[in-house]
Design a binder for this molecule. Structure first.
Ligand SMILES: C[S@@+](CC[C@H](N)C(=O)[O-])C[C@H]1O[C@@H](n2cnc3c(N)ncnc32)[C@H](O)[C@@H]1O
Length: 197
């Protein structure tokens, strides 16, 4: 989906993904793992930045990226209102140069937002932007829909795409927003260096 597709949705306030709070699964993960290695975090497709602010509140150095200029504007305003520090930039995660590698990449409803034909490019972008041995924490949306966004996926597809490059450290069904209960799968992967993009 193009930049203008997402920008129009923000401008017309047609944003049902906007829940006014971070992913419940991420909130629980951060509360349950207080001893995580602090470092840089990339949140691609960050929207208005709720997840970015959750990572920032937990003491991480966070960078939020989104293809839609309005999302970045809303994210910056809300973050400064909250008195938190995070950096935001308008970037296409699939093609953009982020200029650094990150210890953490956090996925939440970007994988299901892009066209499924772009999923190979998503994995390549992830590999370009994560540190060797870095962590990929994802909240995947396991729905059957083919007429997205959101576009569905399955656990099998996820494993086929990510296990050639990452080791699965843990997976679980997280606490979710009410209308997504039971439809999300969190996976915590560690990059395996030496695998080709
Ligand atoms: C379904 S929304 C989710 C936003 C946010 N993650 C949340 O859960 O509130 C998908 C977001 O991904 C952004 N997006 C779509 N394609 C993108 C791309 N190629 N690169 C970066 N952001 C993208 C959209 O602008 C939108 O903000």
């Amino acid at each position: 989906m193009s930049e203008s597709y997402w920008e129009v949705r923000y401008r017309s306030r047609d944003m049902p993904w906007e829940k006014g709070s971070p992913s419940p699964g991420l909130v629980d993960f951060l509360n349950e793992h207080l001893d995580l290695a602090r470092g840089t975090v990339c949140v691609p497709g960050c929207g208005t930045g709720h997840d970015v602010r959750a990572w920032a509140s937990a003491g991480f150095e966070v960078y939020g990226y989104d293809i839609a200029p309005s999302a970045i504007r809303l994210a910056k305003t809300a973050t400064s209102k909250a008195g938190l520090k995070a950096r935001f930039a308008r970037k296409d995660f699939l093609t953009g140069e982020l200029g650094r590698r990150f210890l953490w990449v956090f996925e939440h409803t970007l994988f299901c937002a892009i066209n499924p034909a772009d999923r190979d490019r998503y994995v390549s972008a992830l590999l370009r932007n994560i540190e060797p041995m870095g962590w990929y924490l994802a909240v995947f949306y396991l729905i059957p829909d083919e007429d997205g966004p959101p576009f569905g996926t399955t656990r099998d597809e996820i494993c086929r795409r990510f296990s050639p490059h990452f080791d699965l450290k843990a997976e679980w069904v997280p606490r979710s927003y009410p209308n997504r209960t039971g439809l999300e799968l969190m996976m915590w992967w560690q990059h395996r260096p030496g695998t080709a993009e």
